[in-house]
Ligand binder design. Structure first.
Ligand code: HEC
Length: 99
């Protein structure tokens, strides 16, 4: 993903090389398969090595956690996209998703 920022899901999200390198290092160090994170193995369940989806919303675990959310709710004007985590998980910015 970091190697193709000029086409980031259709947008140009290019960054200067120093910033891109910092973000890449963070992502590599904190990746689900980097170890040390309590929730990682759950999140990676059903994902083959090297085949992690680019979108969190395509992880089998994410899909299964959200299987009961009805279609209309994803299309609600205050949600609009599955990436709008904070619309439903009001404490998402603190990393808290259990409400
Ligand atoms: C339309 C509302 C909605 C949106 C948007 C949404 N979620 Fe959820 N999420 C839910 C619901 C409902 C549940 C199930 C809660 C439950 O069963 O306790 C859930 C469950 C979860 C869980 C499991 C929580 C637990 O108790 O283990 C995680 C993690 C999670 N969501 C992450 C995310 C992330 C990350 C995003 C954004 C990429 C996101 N959600 C977007 C509604 C949403």
């Amino acid at each position: 993903m970091m190697g193709k920022l000029d086409n980031h899901f259709g947008d140009n999200a290019s960054l200067d090389p120093a910033t891109a390198q910092k973000i890449t290092s963070y992502l590599v160090a904190n990746a689900g398969d980097a170890g040390g994170q309590r929730y990682s193995s759950k999140l990676l369940k059903g994902v083959a090595t090297g085949a992690a989806p680019q979108r969190i919303t395509e992880l089998p675990k994410w899909v299964s956690e959200h299987r009961k959310v009805p279609d209309w709710e994803w299309r609600h004007k205050e949600v609009r996209t599955k990436a709008n985590c904070v619309a439903c998980h009001t404490a998402a910015e603190q990393g808290y998703y259990e409400e």
